[in-house]
Design a protein around this ligand. Structure first.
Ligand code: 4NP
Length: 158
């Protein structure tokens, strides 16, 4: 089992979008049950809340339902339990590094796995319009493909 945790600030926009998108990709490739996916926020303001409506709408437009997800805060235990803990921006990453990672946990920026993106950070779409959420989706999709390729290289072929 490979466990992947996506982390942003509020856990209501970027990281639940990443979770939903990556889960969809993993399912399509038949790795569900082998790759486990979750998301969390560095800030506690939206604990228990579903993803932002704009995030849900953009994901639904791509055929992915994230309405059932609930915001939670990242914990020290996450940094030991997950194989990959992937931050959406450098502020999130600095916070995660402050928690201290376990020996087998890769902590980094999600966009380090992207092939085409001209940025290493997923911009916070919270105070912008719907275009910002579509841009987030495109960046996440690029990185999700790269991450899946890296994980697949570690998995034994059935
Ligand atoms: P996220 O976006 O980190 O992508 O979930 C945000 C959500 C909420 C806030 C900021 C960013 N906020 O300030 O409440």
């Amino acid at each position: 089992m490979i466990r992947v945790l996506f982390v942003c600030l509020g856990n209501i926009c970027r990281s639940p979008m990443a979770e939903g998108l990556f889960r969809e990709l993993v399912m399509r490739r038949g790795w569900d049950g082998v790759i486990q996916i979750d998301s969390a926020g560095t800030h506690g303001a939206h604990i228990g809340e579903p993803p932002d409506e704009r995030a849900r709408r953009v994901m639904a437009g791509h055929g992915i339902d994230i309405g059932g997800l609930k915001g939670r805060r990242v914990s020290r235990a996450d940094l030991r339990d997950f194989d990959y803990v992937l931050a959406m921006d450098r502020d999130n990453l600095t916070y995660l590094e402050g928690l201290g990672a376990g020996p087998r946990t890769v902590v980094g920026l999600f966009l380090d796995f992207a092939r085409d993106a001209a940025t290493r950070e997923v911009p916070d779409p919270y105070y912008g319009g719907p275009d910002g959420f579509e841009r987030v989706y495109a960046l996440l999709e690029d990185a999700a493909q790269g991450l899946l390729a890296e994980i697949e290289a570690r998995l034994p072929r059935a």
